[in-house]
Design a protein around this ligand. Structure first.
Ligand code: ZN
Length: 243
């Protein structure tokens, strides 16, 4: 059966951005939602974002923020500002939400595609894939034609063809025979490519096409929630500039 998947990543507890993306995806007749991790962290609505993702019946893999917010592990490797939000989020997560995050798989084979937050090259180490060399290490482990990921908050396409890995800026692509794709959908809750609109992808299996979409949302409302929660001011500022 043909499907239209919305692929979400790096929601980071930004409910206004997530709601805007869900509405946009529904207006484009999406049938299924998928999330490649980091539902929580950075912004002020972790419980609400976990609840909405669960309501969407959204198949989700675990991101590094999901991991550290749900497991009581040392935050020594985190930037101090990120660590302070992880500590805040641990206190906020109520009910069974932390357990839900804990039980998410680190990577998954789902509906014919592979899903991972960072890279299949030692996913538990949360490596960042910015360039073709890092993508090449990942492709050694990718057994499906398409794999979606997040983590860098920068949307990008890596394509492997005839042993060569190429990097492309986000654009609508047609899935070609004999090619493999490792696609970063960009971030919903904290984009870092100088565009402050929420970023996500749609994968249309009938058209064999992947599209990138950007959605404007009420940034001021999200900033007000960050300030009301007493989270660092820098977090409110960065979502306005998309960095
Ligand atoms: Zn993230």
């Amino acid at each position: 059966m043909d499907k239209k998947f919305a692929i979400l990543a790096d929601i980071h507890a930004n409910l206004d951005a997530l709601e805007a993306v869900v509405e946009d995806a529904r207006s484009k007749s999406v049938t299924d939602f998928i999330c490649v991790g980091d539902v929580v962290g950075y912004n002020a609505s972790p419980n609400e974002c976990v609840d909405l993702v669960r309501q969407l019946d959204c198949f989700t893999v675990r991101g590094n923020h999901d991991h550290y917010c749900a497991y009581d592990e040392s935050l020594d490797d985190f930037h101090p500002m990120a660590a302070s939000v992880v500590a805040w989020t641990r206190h906020q997560l109520a009910g069974d939400r932390s357990q839900w995050l804990r039980e998410l798989p680190l990577h998954a084979f789902h509906q014919g595609m592979t899903l991972v937050h960072s890279t299949l090259d030692m996913p538990e180490r949360w490596g960042y894939v910015f360039d073709s060399i890092e993508a090449e290490a990942h492709f050694c482990y990718q057994n499906t034609q398409i794999c979606f990921h997040g983590h860098t908050h920068v949307p990008v396409i890596f394509e492997k063809h005839g042993g060569i890995v190429e990097r492309y800026d986000p654009q609508n692509i047609h899935i070609g025979l004999g090619r493999k794709y490792f696609i970063n959908t960009g971030s919903i809750g904290q984009p870092r490519d100088n565009d402050n609109r929420a970023s996500y992808c749609i994968y249309d299996t009938a058209q064999r096409e992947i599209q990138f979409h950007r959605v404007a949302y009420d940034i001021e409302a999200t900033q007000a929630k960050i300030r009301a929660a007493g989270l660092p001011e820098r977090l409110a500022q960065r979502i306005a500039v998309g960095r």
